[in-house]
Design a protein around this ligand. Sequence first.
Ligand code: SF4
Ligand code: SF4
Length: 134
Amino acid sequence: MSDLNPCMTCGACCAYFRVSFYWAEASDGGGTVPVQLTEPVSPFLRCMSGTNQKQSRCSALEGTPGEATRCKIYEQRPSPCRDFSMSGADGQVNEACNRARAHYGLPPLYKDMLFHTSLDAATAALSGVQLPAN
Ligand code: SF4
Ligand code: SF4
C-alpha cells in the first residue's frame, strides 16, 4: 500500500459534485470563502463556481483529477469540503468518495486499507474534499 494520501493523486470529488453551502460562508457574508470563486444558488445558498453544472469542476481546483490536484483555497475552503472524508479514513467507507473516484477511473478505497493520513502542510494543500451535491 502506498504511503501517499490518495487525495494527493485524486481530486475527483472537486470535479464531480456541486459544492453548496450557506451564503454567509463567503467573504461578503463574513466567511472565509473568496466570494469571487462562488456563485449564487438560491437566496440562502452559494456554491463554488464551476460546480453547478453537468460537468462539474470547482474553480479553486488546480491540476488534473486522477493525476495530481491542489485546492488553491485550502485554508479558506467551505464547510462541505472540510466535512467530506476520504473513503477508508477512520475505518469508514464513503461511497460518495468512491463514486467520484470511479468517474475518473480510480479504484475504490475501503476501510481495511491502511493509509498514512496525517497531513503535513504540503499534503494538506493537495487534498480536495467536499460533500456531494444535494
Ligand atoms: S476525498 Fe476521495 S474523491 Fe476526494 S480527493 Fe480524496 S480520495 Fe479523491
Ligand atoms: S476542496 Fe477546494 S478545490 Fe475542492 S471543492 Fe473544495 S474549494 Fe473546491
